[in-house]
Design a protein. Structure first.
Lengths: 283, 322, 337
C-alpha cells in the first residue's frame, strides 16, 4: 500500500469507522431475512428467558438469548433495525425539507418572516419535546407515518437554525447581488444561488438528526406511544425488557447497544463530514 | 563596499511538491533599499519569510548555499535565536496590520512588550518609550492613543503602529511586505515618507516588497524583479526604469497605466499567466509568454551580470553571442 | 464643456441623488442612538451614450454606492435616478427586472461575484434566458461567441468557477455583463483585485469591448493612472460629493480642486528621476467619517487654502477654470459671491 493511501486512512479514520457502522446496519436491515436465524415473531415458550450463549445455561441456538415469550433476541434485533433505520432516515429527510425551507425564508427575507419563524423555533426549543410528541401521537394516533411526522417536527429546528445562519452569509455574497443585477427572479435566486450554496451544513445536520430521530423513536416506543409494539423495533424491545432488567438483563441490553452503536456511527460520520465540508470548522 | 547586511546565495524553498523559490541570490547593504517586485506567486514574500525563518519547519524545506545576516549564518540558528534576531535586529511590517496586532491588548502594551523583551526595559520606561515611538511614527496625541486598542485606529494609523513595533527593537534591517497596498494613495504617500525618513535617520537596510512598479520607483535604490520563484532581473532603480533588460520587466513597464502619459500611449499587456509552481519548469519560465523567445529558450537562462550592478536572466541578452 | 454627445439624452443620470443609511446602536446603558451615514450626499451626474465615465476617489468616499444606486441596486434616499429616459427612483424590484437587461455590472472581486455552484455556461446564459432573449440552443452559441471575444476557450463553458484564475474569472464576469448587449455597464474597481500583468490585460479587454459594442460605462476606481487611460470623462468624489469633473486632460493636467491636486500629487509614477524631484505630499490627515455632520465645505479640514467662506457655505459644483471642467471650490467660482 502506498504512503498516500495509508495517510488517507489515518486522516479519515473517524469517517471510515462511522461509514462502516452505518453501511453494516443498512446491510443488516436490507438482508434481514437472510441473516436472522428465525423470524422475529416466532414464539418458543419452552425457551422463555433463555440467556445469551456466553452465559451459563445459554446455547448457540439463541445467540443473544430470548425474551419473555421465547422470541429470539438476535433475530428481533436484526428485523428491528428496519424500523429504527427507516424512521430515523425518513424523519431526518422530512425534517430537512421543512427546516431548510423555513431557514431559507427566514434568512433571505428577514424582518417579519424571520421573526415569525424564529419565534416558532424558540417556542419549540423551550417546550419539552416528549410532552409534545405524546400529545401529538395521542391525537394523530400511532403508526409509522405519524411517528415520522412527529420526529420530523422534532428535528426541523436544527436545520432551520443552521440554514438560516448559512443563508445570512450567502445572501451578502457578490454573486447574489450579481444575480439581482442580471435580473434573475426571486424563486430562481433562492434556489440556484442561495440554496445551492447553503447545502453543506444541511448534510451535516442530517447525520446528527438521524441519530436524534433513532433515539427519540426508541424513547417513544419505550414510553409505549408510536409504532405498534408487536412490530419489532429497537425501541420497542427496550420497552419489553424494562420489566425484566433484574431477571433477564439481555432483553434490554442488546437493543440498547445496537442503538448506541448506530448513533455513534452516524455521529462519527457526521463529525467527519462537518470537518470535510465546512471550511469554518477547520481546526 | 562594506560587508552586506544580508547575504543570500541560491535560496530554495519547497512546500511539498510546490517549488516556490528557485535559486534566489541577493544582498542588502546597510542604509540601502532593495525593492523586490513580482506578481502573486512569484516567490517575493516567500523568499523574505524564508530568510527570517518564518516558514513552519514541518511544512517548508528551506535550503541555501549561503544565508547570512551581518556575517552570521542563519540556517544553523535555533528557533529561539531566530526569534531573538527578528525582534531585535530585523523588523517586519505586513500588508494587513490588523491581522498582525492583538485585538485585546492596547497598542502601548504591544509596543512595550517588544521593548521589555528585546531591549530589556522595565514596565515604566517601556511605556514612556512606546509613547515616544508612536510620536516618532506620526501618531497624533500619542499619550492617549497608546492606551487604545487596534480597532480604534484607521488603516493608516494601524500601519504606523506596526512600524512603531517593528522599530522598537532598533533593527538594522527592516523588511516591509506590501506595507501600503491596503491604503489609499494619500495615506500611502505619508507612510512611504515616514519609512524613508526613519531609514535616513538611522541608516538601516530596507527590503521593500511590492507588486506596484510605480511605487517601487519611489522607494527603492536597487530593484530585483522576480518571476516564477526566480530573479529575472536586478538593477539600480534608475537603470531598470530607463532601460529594462528582461522582456518581462519591459513588458510590465510598457503595459501599466501611467498618470504622466496620455491615453493611447500604453502598450498591450503581456499575454498569458505565470506557470503553476507545483510543476517542474523546463527552460526559461517566461518563454511561453515571451514575445521574443527563440530556440535557445528551451534551456533555462542563467542570471548573468551585464554591466555595473545589472543582472538579468535572458538568452537574448547573452545567448546570441555565446 | 463641449462633448459630441452633449445633445443626446443621458443613458444614466443621477439628479441631486442622496443615499443614506441609518444605523441604530444601543450603548451600555441601553440608550438608542441613530447615526446617519451619508454615502452619497447630493450628486448630479449624467452619462451619455458611448461615453466612458470614470469615478475616482479614496475608500469610503461613496463611489461604489453611487455606482450601485445608478443601477438601483441601492435605495434612493433623496433625488432621482434616471435610465434611458425613464425614472427608476420609485420602482420596485419586479418593475426594475425587465430593465436590468440594459444595465449591467462588473464587480471588484471575481472570486465572489460568480456563483460557485453554476457552470460558466449557465452563468453566462443567465442574462439571455432570464430576459427571454434567446432559446437554450441560441444561448449556447452566444456563450461560445462571447467567451471567444473575452479571450477564453469556448470549451470552458462546462466548468465551474473554481477552475479559473482571478484574471480569467474577471473575463467571465465581464462577459456576463456584456452578453445581452446592455446600454450601460457599471464596473466597480474591476481590476484592483488582480495581478499587475493581468490588470493590463483586463484594461486591454475593456478598450476592445468599448470599441466593439460601443459600450457606455461607468468605471469606478481608486487608481488615477488607470482612469487616465480609459476614461472620456472623470469625476472625482470626496465624502459623498463630486468635487471636480471634466475631461481626463483637464482634470489630470490642470486640476482645480485642492483635493484633486493632493490626490494627483500622491500618485507615484514609474519614473525614479521624476519621483526624486517630487515635492512632499501636501495632504494631511484622513477624511472625516461619512457619519459626521459637516458645515460648509467638506474638504476644508484638510485644505491648505481654506478661507472664511468655506466654513459657512457648501460650494456647489460649477464651471471653473477656463470653462473646461466643473469644480466645487470657492477658489474657482468668484462669480458666485
Amino acid at each position: 500500500m502506498s504512503a498516500l493511501s495509508s495517510r488517507f486512512l489515518l486522516r479519515n479514520s473517524v469517517g471510515i469507522i462511522g461509514a462502516t457502522i452505518i453501511l453494516t446496519a443498512v446491510a443488516i436491515a436490507v438482508f434481514a431475512p437472510l441473516i436472522a436465524p428465525v423470524t422475529a415473531s416466532q414464539i418458543d415458550l419452552r425457551a422463555r428467558l433463555a440467556p445469551p450463549f456466553f452465559v451459563d445455561g445459554g446455547s448457540i441456538k439463541h445467540l443473544m438469548g430470548t425474551d419473555n415469550l421465547g422470541r429470539d433476541i438476535f433475530s428481533r434485533l436484526i428485523y428491528g433495525s428496519r424500523i429504527s433505520l427507516a424512521v430515523g432516515t425518513a424523519a431526518a429527510l422530512l425534517g430537512a425539507v421543512i427546516g431548510s425551507l423555513m431557514g431559507i425564508l427566514a434568512g433571505y427575507f428577514g424582518g417579519k418572516v424571520d421573526g415569525v419563524i424564529s419565534w416558532f423555533v424558540d417556542v419549540q426549543l423551550a417546550f419539552p419535546f416528549t410532552l409534545l410528541a405524546i400529545f401529538l401521537l395521542g391525537t394523530l394516533g400511532g403508526g409509522f407515518y405519524a411517528v415520522v411526522i412527529v420526529l420530523a417536527l422534532a428535528t426541523w429546528v436544527n436545520y432551520a437554525r443552521v440554514v438560516r445562519a448559512q443563508v445570512l452569509t450567502v445572501k451578502v455574497q457578490d454573486y447574489v447581488l450579481a444575480a439581482r443585477a442580471v435580473g434573475v427572479g426571486t424563486p430562481r435566486t433562492l434556489w440556484r444561488y442561495i440554496f445551492a450554496n447553503s447545502t453543506a451544513p444541511i448534510i451535516v445536520v442530517a447525520s446528527f438528526s438521524t441519530a436524534q430521530a433513532i433515539l427519540t423513536q426508541a424513547a417513544l416506543s419505550f414510553l409505549g406511544v408510536g409504532i405498534d409494539p408487536s412490530i419489532p423495533s429497537w425501541g420497542a424491545m427496550l420497552n419489553d425488557g424494562r420489566d425484566y432488567l433484574q431477571k433477564a438483563w439481555w432483553i434490554a441490553t442488546f437493543p440498547g447497544l445496537a442503538i448506541a452503536l448506530t448513533v455513534l456511527g452516524v455521529n462519527l460520520f457526521g463529525d467527519w463530514l462537518r470537518d470535510r465540508l465546512d471550511p469554518r470548522s477547520a481546526r | 563596499m562594506s560587508r552586506p547586511l544580508l547575504d543570500v546565495k541560491d535560496l530554495d524553498v519547497r512546500f511539498g511538491p510546490l517549488h516556490a523559490v528557485r535559486g534566489v541570490s541577493f544582498s542588502v547593504a546597510p542604509g540601502e533599499t532593495l525593492g523586490v517586485v513580482g506578481e502573486s506567486g512569484s516567490g517575493k514574500s516567500t523568499t523574505m519569510l524564508a530568510v527570517l525563518g518564518l516558514h513552519p519547519k514541518r511544512q517548508a524545506n528551506v535550503a541555501a548555499d549561503r544565508l547570512e545576516f551581518d556575517g552570521e549564518d542563519l540556517l544553523s540558528k535555533s528557533d529561539g535565536q531566530m526569534r531573538d534576531l527578528r525582534g531585535r535586529r530585523v523588523g517586519l511590517i505586513f500588508q494587513d496590520p490588523l491581522a498582525a496586532l492583538n485585538p485585546l491588548m492596547t497598542v502601548g502594551k504591544q509596543i512595550g512588550e517588544v521593548l521589555i523583551r528585546h531591549r530589556g526595559l522595565d514596565k515604566q520606561s517601556a511605556r514612556g518609550e512606546a509613547v515616544k515611538l508612536l510620536e516618532r511614527t506620526g501618531v497624533p496625541d500619542p499619550m492617549r492613543r497608546a492606551s487604545q486598542f487596534p480597532h480604534q485606529f484607521s488603516g493608516g494609523m494601524r500601519q504606523r503602529v506596526m512600524i512603531a513595533i517593528a522599530l522598537a527593537g532598533r533593527p538594522d534591517l527592516l523588511i516591509a511586505d506590501e506595507p501600503t497596498t491596503a491604503l489609499d494613495v494619500t495615506v500611502q504617500a505619508e507612510i512611504v515618507r515616514l519609512i524613508r525618513d526613519i531609514q535616513q535617520a538611522n541608516g538601516m537596510g530596507l527590503v521593500w516588497i511590492t507588486h506596484d512598479l510605480a511605487l517601487m520607483a519611489r522607494v527603492a535604490d536597487r530593484v530585483m524583479v522576480m518571476y516564477a520563484g526566480a530573479v529575472v532581473e536586478e538593477a539600480p532603480v534608475d537603470r531598470l526604469y530607463a532601460m529594462p533588460r528582461h522582456p518581462y520587466t519591459a513588458g510590465l513597464l510598457g503595459s501599466i497605466a501611467r498618470l504622466d502619459q496620455p491615453r493611447g500611449k500604453r502598450a498591450r499587456a503581456i499575454a498569458g499567466t505565470p506557470p503553476a509552481m507545483d510543476q517542474p519548469i523546463s527552460g526559461c519560465a517566461f518563454a511561453p509568454r515571451c514575445p521574443v523567445r527563440f530556440d535557445k529558450c528551451a534551456a533555462a537562462p542563467p542570471l548573468v551580470s551585464l554591466d555595473e550592478g545589472v543582472r538579468a536572466a535572458c538568452w537574448r541578452l547573452t545567448g546570441e553571442q555565446a | 464643456m463641449t462633448h459630441p454627445a452633449d445633445t443626446a439624452l443621458p443613458v444614466s443620470e443621477a439628479v441631486a441623488l442622496k443615499v443614506q443609511y441609518q444605523t441604530r446602536q444601543r450603548n451600555w446603558r441601553g440608550q438608542l442612538s441613530t447615526t446617519t451615514v451619508r454615502a452619497v450626499d447630493g450628486i448630479d451626474l449624467a452619462i451619455r451614450s458611448g461615453e466612458a465615465v470614470a469615478l475616482v476617489g479614496e475608500s469610503g468616499c461613496g463611489k461604489s454606492t453611487l455606482g450601485r444606486a445608478l443601477l438601483r441596486l441601492e435605495h434612493v434616499s433623496e433625488g432621482a435616478v434616471h435610465f434611458a429616459g425613464s425614472d427608476l427612483t420609485g420602482l420596485g424590484e419586479p418593475m426594475l427586472r425587465p430593465l436590468r437587461r440594459n444595465m449591467q455590472m462588473v464587480f471588484q472581486d471575481p472570486f465572489s461575484s460568480l456563483n460557485p455552484r453554476m457552470r460558466i455556461g449557465e452563468t453566462l446564459a443567465e442574462p439571455l434566458l432570464v430576459h427571454g432573449l434567446a432559446s437554450k440552443a441560441e444561448a449556447r452559441a452566444r456563450v461560445a461567441e462571447i467567451l471567444e471575444i473575452v479571450g477564453l476557450d469556448p470549451a470552458v463553458a462546462t466548468r465551474h468557477p473554481h477552475a479559473f484564475s482571478g484574471g480569467q474569472r474577471q473575463r467571465i464576469a465581464i462577459a456576463r455583463a456584456v452578453i445581452a448587449r446592455p446600454k450601460f455597464v457599471v464596473a466597480d474597481e474591476p481590476i484592483s483585485a488582480l495581478d499587475i500583468s493581468v490588470q493590463a490585460q483586463i484594461l486591454d479587454l475593456f478598450e476592445d469591448l468599448k470599441e466593439r459594442f460601443a459600450l457606455t460605462y461607468l468605471f469606478i476606481s481608486h487608481d488615477l493612472a488607470v482612469v487616465r487611460h480609459i476614461a472620456d470623462r472623470v469625476a472625482v468624489m470626496y465624502l459623498g460629493r463630486i468635487v471636480e469633473e471634466g475631461s481626463p486632460e483637464s482634470v489630470f493636467d490642470n486640476p482645480l480642486h485642492p483635493y484633486t491636486q493632493a490626490l494627483l500629487a500622491a500618485v507615484p509614477s514609474p519614473d525614479p528621476v521624476r519621483e526624486r524631484s517630487r515635492p512632499a505630499a501636501t495632504l494631511q490627515g484622513e477624511p472625516p467619517s461619512p457619519a459626521a455632520t459637516i458645515s460648509g465645505c467638506r474638504f476644508r479640514g484638510r485644505c491648505a487654502h481654506a478661507m472664511p467662506i468655506c466654513e459657512t457655505s457648501d460650494p456647489a459644483l460649477a464651471t471653473g477654470g477656463d470653462g473646461k471642467q466643473a469644480v466645487a471650490c470657492f477658489l474657482h467660482h468668484e462669480q458666485s459671491f
